[in-house]
Design a protein around this ligand. Structure first.
Ligand SMILES: [Zn+2]
Length: 165
């Protein structure tokens, strides 16, 4: 059982089918919406109505203003082919092929990633951009999102955080 924290907002999204609890989380996978101006509600509607999924595919969503909102939370998501059962998918609103994440989004992503790394006893090497997964050809989370730099920033900008050997 994972502890919910106050800084993760829960807007009680509804899902059409019961969700399955995540068991062995080995990766944190970062995405962008690719669509500019899509917030969590728009993404939820798209995944539910257009894709025909149970509901939003991401575990967590970070709005342009940095607000962290629960999607599927600690349940199996639908965001990365063959990785859904063993990862947490975090989606940032925006298209980072065209622009860059806001400072607020990056700060929130850092905070959420550190929280999850501790929870699952993982190191920063377990944080991957969607495009870093085997077989993925799209640029997600966008060509302006430097994954290597982000992983480094977690270690350097968070003095209390000690990366695993
Ligand atoms: Zn993606």
């Amino acid at each position: 059982m994972k502890v919910e924290t106050g800084w993760i907002k829960d807007i009680n999204l509804s899902f059409n089918e019961p969700l399955i609890a995540l068991k062995d989380v080995m990766y944190i996978i970062v995405h962008h919406t690719e669509e500019i101006g899509w917030d969590i509600n728009k993404t939820q509607r798209f995944h539910q109505d257009q894709r025909g999924w149970s509901g939003i595919g991401y575990n967590f969503f970070i709005e342009e203003n940095g607000e962290i909102i629960k999607g599927r939370g600690y349940h199996v998501g639908a965001h990365a082919y063959s990785y859904n059962e063993k990862s947490i998918g975090i989606c940032l609103a925006g298209n980072f092929d065209l622009h860059t994440p806001s400072i607020e989004q990056l700060n929130s992503l850092t905070k959420l990633c550190i929280f999850l790394l501790h929870q699952y006893n993982l190191s920063t090497t377990h944080i991957l951009g969607h495009r870093e997964l085997k077989g993925v050809t799209k640029s997600c989370p966008g060509k302006n999102f430097n994954m290597g730099q982000f992983r480094e920033s977690i270690k350097t900008e968070w003095p209390n955080y000690k990366d695993k050997e």
